[in-house]
Design a binder for this molecule. Sequence first.
Ligand code: UD1
Ligand code: CA
Length: 461
Amino acid sequence: MNRCSVLVLAAGQGTRMRSRLPKVLHRLAGRPLLWHILRAVRGLRPERLAVVTGFGAELVEQELAAPDIHWVRQEERRGTGHAVMCALSVLEGLSGDLLILNGDHPLVETGVLEALLERHRQEGNVLTLLSTLLEVPDGYGRVVRDARGGLERIVEEKDADAAVRAVTEVNTGFYCLDVVRLAGWLARITDRNAQNEYYLPDIVPLAIAEGRVGVMRAGDAVALSGVNDRAQLAGLEVAMRARLTARFMAEGVTFVDPASCWLAADVEIGPDTVIEPQVVLGPGSVVGEGCHIGPFCQIQESRIGSGSRIYAFCHLDGVVIDGASEVGPYARLRPGTRLASRAKVGNFCELKKAVIGEGSKINHLSYIGDAEVGSGVNVGAGTITCNYDGVHKHRTVIEDRVFVGSDVQFVAPVRVGVGATIGAGTTVTRDVPAFSLAVSRTAQTHIEGWAERRERLKKDK
Ligand code: UD1
Ligand code: CA
């Protein structure tokens, strides 16, 4: 099949969002609206991919920068037709089929674009429009058909009378057309309408005058819905979540309560992983096979190796877990944390830039930051790496098979040699030699008869 080219319109401000952020940068499933469209479009492997930006153009171009995109600026927003006029220069030299897509329909998938392209080619059309039926068509352009059911024109809601407003077949803003004819049509549209804009759909009657024009009516209206305001965005978020969880369930992942979980669009989860209710898997989460993620966990930018268990109420950001490790409940693992396999990090522990070796355990109430912990190490309850001297951060190194008693402070920089033991309550300020015992606490003393004297003092008062 010949490759098509694609033009995405993303210059609008999105006034109805009431936002300083360009609409196409608002997030759905953790990624900008435009990111979703571009993903669907790239599935077609287009010959040329152009995107029109305008409002907040620098931000949009920066956030979605990629070598395959030809960016086009629409300095003044004078409508969707005007946006396409601005792009004509980058479409020059192309022949064949051009897909034009609105940048605010993030649920679109490659399949429907392929189907539109195929229909366009099969019917030998000069233009094919993608429509759908909406129970509540408010805000959309309506598809007006002629007496024989053929496409006649698109009427924007603001230009529509009551009869046209009652039509529930809407324009999705996705078109496939003969790129060679496009400039000729655009030259003849005007801005004489309710919004004083150049409407792209106004090319429809011009195309009809020149050749065959078709409409493909798609069944899955939700997948073709646009985002104009925040309520619609929230609606698509729910739909997207359902789509993602359904996909993972089909691939062998258990969600105990899928409707309560939230997933970013780029999450990966291996089969036989069980996800309890109220779990948030943010952007960059990769969960291996056979893992168990307890309720109320929030995970992002993290890789969790197969067979790991994350108990309830954990927060993981920027973490790598090699596999078969256990974390939580109530653990916070911050960026730069890496757990080798079979490690255990228990309740109320915070780790940051900490590399923990195989089989090591940090089970209770500890802060381990800027640290390297070897394998087979046991870190007692309440252990703290004092990594910050008020000016600089320093590293703590604990070598293999060290035993750290409870309530120990490591005043970094400091190194503990292999096999050493640190007595409970010790403040470690100097390097500890291998296989030695380090203790630094005042010797315990007893004052005989102290309690009796206190009782007497109380009575005398
Ligand atoms: C548009 C269609 C409408 C269709 C609907 C589907 C027109 C005139 N109307 O209406 O028939 O039912 O989409 O969602 O085309 N844009 C620009 N430059 C501009 C104006 C808009 O690039 O000057 C971009 C926007 O960023 C957006 C897309 O074009 O991605 C659609 O613009 P929007 O203002 O949302 O159009 P609608 O009123 O929704
Ligand atoms: Ca829109």
